[in-house]
Structure formats: structure tokens, C-alpha cells
Write a protein that binds this ligand. Structure first.
Ligand SMILES: NC(=O)c1ccc[n+]([C@@H]2O[C@H](COP(=O)([O-])OP(=O)(O)OC[C@H]3O[C@@H](n4cnc5c(N)ncnc54)[C@H](OP(=O)(O)O)[C@@H]3O)[C@@H](O)[C@H]2O)c1
Length: 312
């Protein structure tokens, strides 16, 4: 049901060409918000933009790799130049990887930290002056893996824990400016078939279907995020398993440690043997070289990216 709170609010959702980000963008659009989509892959963004416009919703999209601080600035500047204001920043863009610390490619730690932590930090930093004007919202899409260091998933959980720390600090810093800072600890969620993660050796693989887990839908996650924004909630945890993990980790830390230790072999087999189809990196790199701003008018500007931002 619409309550008009989001009507004409301007929302930037990082990483919204697919998955949870796309569902959040859709949810906000349906409530009357103006949405800026973001991602690195031009084709994917255009597909999403077309999906939305087929269903009667026009959106703008900006290609920017949030691992690059200048691109974060660019993304916020583009949002302001398109809509003149920013009410909601959803730090959703994320990347995950699996594998033991010993065997993980060095670049996995860098990529995850730059995407999940510093990317969100830089976007927030550049958004703050504009959010002060609207008394807006900064939302972090975190994970239940952000509650504690998870074995065989350490780069991901450490980057999400760092993001959680960032959100706690930001909430206090922005309190006097009336800016709402919310963090959502999301549990296992159905993913887009195109979702890629970093294999232990640093190559990209499509995440294999997770049949052994009860998964939330991206739509239900998006609905919870929308309610979180409307009610200016500080923190939410999603899925039954996520809530259980939150409770145990918070109130029974020694027991939870023991539980994880006891299940270490199971966790290891789940997190180290990914399998899954390897991604053709060349095709991706070609797409990422294009940096394009698209608008409802179909205006397309193409700029070549500097070659030093080639790595994923
Ligand atoms: N799915 C789950 O089970 C789950 C559970 C807990 C938390 N989460 C969190 O929820 C968020 C979304 O997850 P998801 O499963 O929907 O992911 P996803 O399907 O892999 O989508 C990620 C989105 O982010 C974009 N992206 C990735 N790296 C980027 C970068 N450096 N700069 C700009 N855009 C980037 C991707 O587009 P391009 O590749 O084109 O850039 C895509 O649009 C993440 O923060 C994730 O950690 C997910």
C-alpha cells in the first residue's frame, strides 16, 4: 500500500542492474520514487532499464565502478545533475568470494574490501552534503555474514563487518543533521542466474544454484528495505535463520564459536568447493570499458575508461 512518503524522493541504488538492488529499485519506483540505477555492465543496465520501462516506469542509469573513488563522486554528481537532489542512498553493490585465507587469491581481499567497504564509504561520503539538505537516508545492504568472522568466507564477512562499523559511526556523526542511517543484515536470498562470485583462485564463477538452503526472495528483501526507509529503522535482520544467527552470536558468543568450530568441515565443504561455470572475463572487460550515462531520452555518452581500472 502506498503512503506517499517516497513520492518524488530521489533514490540512488548502487548495484541495481540485477538481484536485490534491482528489486529495491523496483520497490521504490512503485512507491513513486525517482530512481537512479547503477552497475558496471552497460548491457545489463539497459536490460533492467528496459524491463522497468516496459512496465511503465522510467529510470535513469549511471555506469560507475564503486571500487574507484572518483567514480563514486561521479555517480553522486550525476544523480544531482539529473534530479537536483538526493534523498536516499542505498549502498547495495556487493561482491562475494569463498575459500580459506591461506588459499585465497590476494586480489580477492582487495576486491571485496574495495567493493563492500570502501565503495560504500566513498559513496556515503560524497552523498552526505546532499543528504543534509533533504534529511535523507543512507542504507547499507549488509549480510548475516557481517555479524562475525566466518571461516572460509573471511574476505566477505570482514568486508561486511567493516561496512557495519562504518554504518554505526555514520549514524552518530549524522544524527544532528537528521539523516537516517539504516543497516539491513540480509540472510540467504534467491539470486539472479547471472550472479557472479570470486572463486578462491580469483576467477569469476556463476554462483551455482543453492538448493540446500531456504532462500528469501529478492522482492521480500526489497519490501523490508522500503519499510526500513519509511520507518527510519536503524537495523533490521532478515530471514528466520538470520534472526537466529543474530540472537546466538549476540547473546551466546562462546556457544556460537563452538557451534561453528563443530561444523567447520561442513562449512569448509560448502564454501571452498564452489564449482559453477567460469565467467568469460574478456566479454566482461569489453563491457566495463564503456562508461555510459543513459537517460529516458536515450541520451548515451560514451567515454573510454582508463586502462588501469581493468581488473574486476
Ligand atoms: N544474495 C544473497 O544471498 C545475499 C545475502 C546477504 C547479503 N547480500 C548482499 O546484498 C547485496 C546484493 O546482492 P545480490 O545477491 O543481489 O548481488 P548480485 O546479484 O551479484 O548483484 C550485484 C549488483 O552489484 C553490481 N556491482 C557489483 N560490483 C560493483 C561495483 N564495483 N560497482 C558498481 N556496481 C557493482 C552488479 O552489476 P555489475 O556486475 O554490472 O557491476 C549488480 O548489479 C550485496 O551487497 C550482497 O552482499 C546478498
Amino acid at each position: 500500500m502506498k503512503n506517499n512518503y517516497l513520492k518524488n524522493k530521489v533514490a540512488l541504488v548502487s548495484g541495481s542492474s540485477m538481484g536485490i538492488g534491482k528489486a529495491i529499485a523496483w520497490e521504490l519506483l512503485q512507491q513513486g520514487a525517482k530512481v537512479i540505477l547503477n552497475g558496471r555492465d552497460y548491457e545489463k543496465l539497459i536490460r533492467t532499464k528496459n524491463d522497468f520501462s516496459t512496465n511503465g516506469f522510467k529510470v535513469k542509469s549511471v555506469i560507475a565502478d564503486i571500487r574507484d573513488q572518483d567514480k563514486c563522486k561521479f555517480l553522486i554528481e550525476q544523480t544531482i545533475s539529473i534530479y537536483g537532489q538526493l534523498d536516499i542512498l542505498v549502498n547495495n553493490a556487493g561482491m562475494s568470494s569463498r575459500g580459506s585465507i591461506e588459499h585465497s587469491s590476494d586480489k580477492n581481499f582487495t576486491i571485496l574490501s574495495e567493493t563492500n567497504f570502501t565503495g560504500a564509504a566513498h559513496l556515503s561520503k560524497y552523498a552526505i552534503p546532499f543528504l543534509k539538505e533533504t534529511k535523507g537516508h543512507v542504507i547499507f545492504i549488509n549480510s548475516v555474514a557481517g555479524f562475525r568472522g566466518m571461516p572460509f568466507n573471511s574476505a566477505y564477512s570482514a568486508s561486511k563487518m567493516a561496512q557495519a562499523a562504518l554504518s554505526e559511526a555514520l549514524r552518530i556523526e549524522l544524527y544532528d543533521f537528521g539523516i537516517h542511517v539504516g543497516i539491513a543484515f540480509v540472510g540467504f536470498t534467491q539470486n539472479d542466474p547471472d550472479k557472479k562470485i570470486l572463486d578462491v583462485d580469483g576467477s569469476l564463477v556463476y554462483l551455482p544454484k543453492r538448493n540446500n538452503l531456504r532462500l528469501a526472495t529478492a522482492e521480500s528483501v526489497a519490501k523490508s528495505i522500503r519499510i526500513m526507509i519509511e520507518k527510519r529503522k536503524k537495523r533490521i535482520t532478515l530471514t528466520g535463520l538470520g534472526n537466529l544467527a543474530n540472537f546466538i552470536f549476540r547473546y551466546f558468543p562462546i556457544f556460537s564459536n563452538w557451534l561453528i568450530w563443530l561444523n567447520r568441515e561442513k562449512i569448509k565443504s560448502q564454501y571452498t568447493m564452489i564449482g559453477g561455470k567460469k565467467v568469460n572475463e574478456n566479454a566482461q572487460v569489453n563491457n566495463q570499458y564503456k562508461e555510459i550515462i543513459t537517460g529516458v531520452e536515450g541520451k548515451v555518452k560514451t567515454v573510454l575508461k582508463s586502462p588501469n581500472i581493468k581488473t574486476y
